[in-house]
Design a protein around this ligand. Sequence first.
Ligand code: CMP
Length: 147
Amino acid sequence: MERTLVIIKPNAVQREIIGEIISRIEKRGFKIIAMKMFLITKELAERHYREHMGKVFYNELIDMITSGPSVLMILEGENAVEVVRNMCGATDPRKALPGTIRGDYGMRITQNIIHASDSISASESEIEIFFREEEIVDYRLAAEPWI
Ligand code: CMP
């Protein structure tokens, strides 16, 4: 089982589509083992997006992710990192295929609806940035292990 971090970004919260996105994730068969809504601080945003520091879009990226509340989740499932990235679609929503989250709900790369960890090591460090160990819930779904 792998874990991955998902951020439903502030623009998706403003557009009132968090339920649709969470629903897709649940229906696909992932187990949500932690979830919270909060306003990401500049300090956390800078830690999370440190690899993009110095890029032309960096300031816009930090402004966007701190512009309002986000919904953050830890998902658990087989090949969670790769499968969730595929569900999100290409980083640029205009290039994302229909049927993907970005391809169905987005048009602008900075406002691309959702972030998902791009590797297992990234997921480990991203989970550590945003969640404390006691916020992760250990439970079984009735459908396990078939989902
Ligand atoms: P995300 O998955 O959150 O990871 C980094 C983010 O940077 C990415 O989604 C986009 O929102 C943003 N991003 C990546 N490339 C560009 C770009 N060329 N111009 C503007 N924003 C970008």
